[in-house]
Structure formats: structure tokens, C-alpha cells
Ligand binder design. Structure first.
Ligand SMILES: Cc1cc2nc3c(=O)[nH]c(=O)nc-3n(C[C@H](O)[C@H](O)[C@H](O)COP(=O)(O)OP(=O)(O)OC[C@H]3O[C@@H](n4cnc5c(N)ncnc54)[C@H](O)[C@@H]3O)c2cc1C
Length: 378
């Protein structure tokens, strides 16, 4: 996916803030319904929480630094989008025994753990979804490195400023804000100012996984499988609290991934040594070969200013509940909408939630439009 540049004079029907899965889904549906769309993305890449490890020489996908699974038996909308985008899936590898670490004083033990049923991976990772959606948008739809800094609602339309000096002020009939609600409340200057009750609701909505950190280790072969191990780890010792086989569909590239359970302050304090702590634990649990990955990458989402707000750092992680009606109501004269995975009526905070949020905001905007296109949910 190449970085795209937007023409400064563009005045679309709908300006979308954020090129995560929700923003890309909304853009896809709105364009299918005949609307013109532009997207402002704060960071240098699209995808938001969907990011991956790539091969440093070939540039190919190796593993997921953000989400990994969908659960298609329960998530019919996600399954429909995956089918529409012509992406292939495979079951999470879970054959063999897991490793359990109960405490610092006892050695890791082999154990039969249940519970990965229906956890499904996408060939090429969730990045394949965002790449495919972005790749099908008209050229120059997305401007990266363009954080929205203010949103002003007027009777003529909506004005958005960005700190990208090449774009400065953009105007559109409607704006869809597809960024985490806490980030929208605290980093964008609103005119007129947002009502207190709305601001309070936005600030009280946690962003799923925003303060987490994930480690992905790539190996030359999935050696743990040869020892009858599934690659799954459950640990009370850490730094990883859980880990899983993260190899490609045919075992290549071979990989393990894990969630780091240490709080963000502890991770920061560990600095570069965190890599060593992770490798030491992998070696303790899966054998010495685990100490020598071809590549180890740790993504600490708590340091991402476009995803993780101060409140996400100070509160225990909480799965988002269904979002109060006040967030679902557009501002102005149906001019500004909020849509991010956490606002979704189904699977809030998840990949399916992002599809649902993007799709439903597009339906709201095009409701009654003569050329409204069909969406996977029918
Ligand atoms: C480690 C991790 C593991 C996860 N595991 C799973 C999983 O296994 N299964 C699952 O279903 N879900 C999982 N999730 C959740 C899933 O990633 C999210 O639900 C989904 O990616 C959210 O997409 P989104 O577009 O709604 O929001 P985001 O991905 O947060 O996108 C928001 C975008 O807005 C941009 N932005 C922010 N501020 C501005 C601004 N001022 N101007 C312009 N752009 C801005 C951001 O840079 C970002 O690109 C996981 C998330 C993480 C972090």
C-alpha cells in the first residue's frame, strides 16, 4: 500500500477522519453509494490498530502486531466481508499440549488447554483486509501524516483543519470521525464545543487493547510442533501472559506471538531489555531454540498517541459495552458522525465491530439516497 496524497482543493461529500478499518469500510460503502470521499489519517500508515511485521527485505507479511482473530461462526458480518474481499482463512493452530507457568518457583509444565475453537486467522493477516479495502479506493482518497486538529460545524458544511501544511483547511458536507472516542474528545478542537454529556460519554469509552503490547517472534521452523507443543502458553510469571502459534497456514513463516502482561510503566522501565525478558521466557517454555528468532518485534500500543489516551493508561482494560445512544446521534444538521469499532452495535471493539460501525454510518448517511449500493450484511 503506497502512501497517497490528496489534492488540497478536494471538497468531498464526506470527509472521513481516520484510515483504520472503520474509516476504510465507511469509505468503501459510501463510494459504492455514489458519495465522494476523502480520508485524513494522522499516522504515516493506514490500518490503525491493524499493523503487521513485514519481512525487512521482501516487504512481505510475517505476522500481526494488532488483531489476529475473527470468530466466523459467531461473527457473520465479519465472515461476509472476508468472503466479499475474497480473502482466505484458516484455523488457529492448536494441536498438541500447551505450556503453563503457575508461579516463579515452579518449572513450566505441559498441560491440555481447551478453548481456541472457531478462532480463525486470515491469510495475510487482518492487514490483507485494510490493504484490499484501501487498494480499491479511487487514487488520492487518503492523505496520511494528516492529523485532524479542529472540526468546525457551520450552516454551509464542516471545516476540518489538519497539521499537514500541504492541506490546511478542508471542507465537506459531512464528516465521519472514525478515531478512538477518547482521542477525538481530547485532541480535536471542536466548534461549537461538544456538549458536556457527550464529552463525558466519549471519555468514558475505553479503546479496546489500546494500552496492550504484543510480541511476535519469527523462526526458521515451528520447532515446538515437533515436540508435541501447540505453541500456546498461559503464564502467571511473564512478561508474556499468553502466547500462541502464529505461523502461516502451511507453517511458514514459523512464528509465535504473545501478549505482554506487564503494565505499561514496567514495560517502559524495562526498555530494550524487554526483548531479552521475552526471549528468556520463550526459551524457558519452548526450549533453547526459542531464544534465537530470526526476528523479534514488540509493538507497545500504549505509546501510540493516535490510539491510546491517558485514561486508557490509568484504568484497567475493559471490553467496551454497547455505546450509549448519544454517540450514535449526529452533530449539527446531520453533519458529523462518530464511528469507530467501540461504537458498533455488534462486536464492539473488535474487527467485526469496525466493519459494523463503518457500514452502519454509511447506511445512515446514504439513507434514502437513490443510488445506495448493497453491503455484505445485505
Ligand atoms: C494488540 C491488539 C490485539 C487485538 N486483537 C483483536 C483480535 O484478535 N480480534 C479482533 O476482532 N479485534 C482485535 N483487536 C481490536 C481491533 O484491532 C480493532 O477493533 C480495530 O482494528 C479498530 O479499527 P477502527 O478503525 O475502529 O479504529 P483504529 O484502528 O483505532 O483506527 C483509528 C485511526 O484513526 C487515526 N487517527 C487518530 N487520531 C486522528 C486524527 N486526529 N486525525 C486523523 N486520523 C486520526 C489513527 O491513527 C488510526 O489509524 C486488537 C487490537 C489490538 C491493539
Amino acid at each position: 500500500m503506497t502512501t497517497q496524497h490528496m489534492s488540497p482543493s478536494a471538497e468531498p461529500d464526506v470527509l472521513i477522519i481516520g484510515a483504520g478499518l472503520t474509516g476504510l469500510t465507511a469509505a468503501t460503502c459510501l463510494i459504492a453509494s455514489g458519495q465522494t470521499v476523502k480520508i485524513l489519517e494522522a499516522s504515516s500508515t493506514i490500518g490503525g490498530r491493524i499493523q503487521s511485521v513485514t519481512d525487512p527485505t521482501a516487504g512481505s507479511y510475517l505476522g500481526d502486531l494488532g488483531p489476529t482473530w475473527i470468530w466466523p461462526d459467531a461473527q457473520r458480518l465479519a465472515a461476509a466481508w472476508i468472503a466479499k474481499l475474497d480473502l482466505e482463512t484458516f484455523q488457529q493452530y492448536d494441536s498438541g499440549e500447551a505450556i503453563v507457568e503457575r508461579d516463579q518457583h515452579s518449572a513450566p509444565i505441559r498441560y491440555s488447554l481447551l478453548g481456541m475453537h472457531d478462532s480463525t486467522r486470515i491469510v495475510g493477516g487482518p492487514k490483507a483486509i485494510t490493504d484490499r479495502l484501501a487498494g480499491a479506493l479511487p487514487q488520492n482518497t487518503i492523505a496520511t501524516n494528516s492529523p485532524a486538529t479542529s472540526i468546525t460545524i457551520t450552516s454551509e458544511g464542516v471545516e476540518v483543519t489538519t497539521s499537514n501544511p500541504d492541506l490546511s483547511t478542508l471542507r465537506a458536507k459531512r464528516v465521519v470521525v472514525t478515531i478512538p472516542l477518547r482521542i477525538a474528545a481530547d485532541t480535536i478542537s471542536w466548534q461549537p464545543v461538544l456538549p458536556d454529556r457527550l464529552l463525558a460519554t466519549m471519555r468514558s469509552t475505553p479503546t479496546w487493547m489500546a494500552a496492550q503490547a504484543k510480541a511476535v517472534a519469527i523462526y526458521d521452523r515451528p520447532f515446538w510442533r515437533e515436540n508435541g507443543l501447540s505453541g500456546r502458553l498461559a503464564s502467571q510469571v511473564g512478561p508474556l501472559v499468553e502466547a500462541h502459534d502464529h505461523s502461516g497456514r502451511d507453517g511458514t513463516p514459523a512464528a509465535l506471538f504473545g501478549f505482554i502482561g506487564w503494565p505499561h510503566e514496567m514495560r517502559r522501565k524495562a526498555g530494550d531489555q524487554l526483548d531479552e525478558f521475552v526471549l528468556e521466557q520463550l526459551a524457558r517454555c519452548f526450549g533453547d531454540e526459542a531464544r534465537q528468532p530470526l526476528n523479534l518485534q514488540i509493538e507497545d500500543w500504549s505509546g501510540n498517541q493516535h490510539i491510546c489516551a491517558k485514561l486508557d493508561l490509568s484504568e484497567p482494560p475493559e471490553h467496551p459495552q454497547s455505546v450509549p445512544a448519544i454517540i450514535q446521534q449526529p452533530l449539527g444538521d446531520d453533519q458529523v458522525y462518530f464511528a469507530v469499532a467501540e461504537t458498533a452495535p455488534i462486536s464492539p471493539g473488535l474487527i467485526e465491530g469496525a466493519f459494523a460501525a463503518g457500514e452502519s454510518v454509511a447506511i445512515k448517511i446514504t439513507r434514502g439516497a437513490p443510488h445506495a449500493g448493497s453491503h455484505p450484511s445485505g
